[in-house]
Design a binder for this molecule. Sequence first.
Ligand SMILES: Cc1cc2nc3c(=O)[nH]c(=O)nc-3n(C[C@H](O)[C@H](O)[C@H](O)COP(=O)(O)OP(=O)(O)OC[C@H]3O[C@@H](n4cnc5c(N)ncnc54)[C@H](O)[C@@H]3O)c2cc1C
Length: 430
Amino acid sequence: MNSPAFNSAVPPARTEIFSVSASGHLSRRSVLKAGAALLALNCFSCANAPGTKATRRHVVVIGAGAFGGWAALHLRRMGARVTLVDAWGPGHTRASSGGETRVIRAIYGPDRPYYKLVARSLELWKESQKRWQRPLYRRTGVLWMAAEDDTYERASLPLLDGGGFAYEKLTADEAARRFPHINFQGVPWVIREVDAGYLLARRSCAAVLEEFQNEGGEFRQLHVTPGRIAGGEMQPLVLSDGSTLAADAYVFACGPWLGRIFPGVVEISSTRQESFYFGTPAGDTRHQEEGTPAWIDNGKLQFYGIPGNEWRGFKLADDAAGPVVDPETQERTPSAAAIQAARSYLALRFPALKDAPLIGSEVCQYEKSRDGHYIADRHPEAANVWLVGGGSGHGFKNGPAFGEYVANLVLTKRSVDPFFGLDRFNGKLY
Ligand SMILES: Cc1cc2nc3c(=O)[nH]c(=O)nc-3n(C[C@H](O)[C@H](O)[C@H](O)COP(=O)(O)OP(=O)(O)OC[C@H]3O[C@@H](n4cnc5c(N)ncnc54)[C@H](O)[C@@H]3O)c2cc1C
């Protein structure tokens, strides 16, 4: 869901192509990257005028999850010919974008880039919902329960103010008066973020795909094997039907699969995460969205949840990273230990639900980058390849804006924001 534990310093802004080592030499990686960047500039030299013929490059996006689906839609809208390929389809049950719902909130501690992404994503979620005439976003607000060490929350307030996000700061007593069915014991204070809420996850991915196709994009449900890298470029992709697919650029937005497709280039660990749905008493609206916002507990137990919605029950999940799993082969049977932990938490914070029946569950995985921040960068050895992922338990909400950012990276001369770039893992920025 979200990972405040992963706060890291915002690296300084950097746009230059070359990075020079302490000894004053250009590293091999820097030279390769620079060469790749120049090749790419050549590929897309006229591509920063959206809608012109020059932008009708063919881009293949691999992965139709929150990142790839939105990137494909934006690429299409910017005039590219786009083929979106996914082995199992948008928001399928094994993807990190699968499942019913996701939280959208702007509280992001000191991590400035996310405030911009959330503001733009919120705009795009609302606009798309209106335009497509289907529910994607529900404005329930989010109750954020601060940690005892509230550095993260205190860092958030000025950035919420600066970003124009509406919120209220509540004492635990005020919150308890407002939401008497929630036990705020041990919570120092609370932020109620007004325009936050939840998103319909798998259905949004399906809606994005439908819109992408309506706007002229092509979708193919096939497994992709990357092409060989030769001469600083990736050769055509190999598809599971035995055919090959060539394009001007390839965007790999492969979620938890990204690291295994590009070992040694990008590191992603897939951690098992379990979400539970508890049945609320018949006629009880307190635990439905009429009576409870989405909520996040940033205390010792980092649980979060979404009120009863879409007739699916009261959702509750532990944000702590579970064991590393294989997204393709892990069994999706909930574990007794996780059910027990969820029940204990439910009894503590939502006492009226302590005996509520478990009526559903989802077993998913976070696709974590090493520092918990997203990744969007060019492959260091292939100018025509972009690597996108690392949603790290908080990527879904920002699919619309991050996809737009990726589309701009691919089709225009926009430079990689080092906050999301691969160089940060090579000790070059810190
Ligand atoms: C339980 C859970 C709760 C979460 N809660 C929140 C939340 O509250 N708020 C929030 O913002 N985020 C949340 N997240 C995180 C968010 O859902 C993810 O970060 C985001 O959905 C990742 O999207 P993605 O497109 O990168 O990956 P995915 O959705 O996994 O998509 C990758 C796609 O690539 C395809 N693919 C991979 N390899 C190949 C190949 N070789 N050939 C063809 N196709 C391929 C896969 O089939 C898949 O469809 C949560 C995640 C989980 C698991």
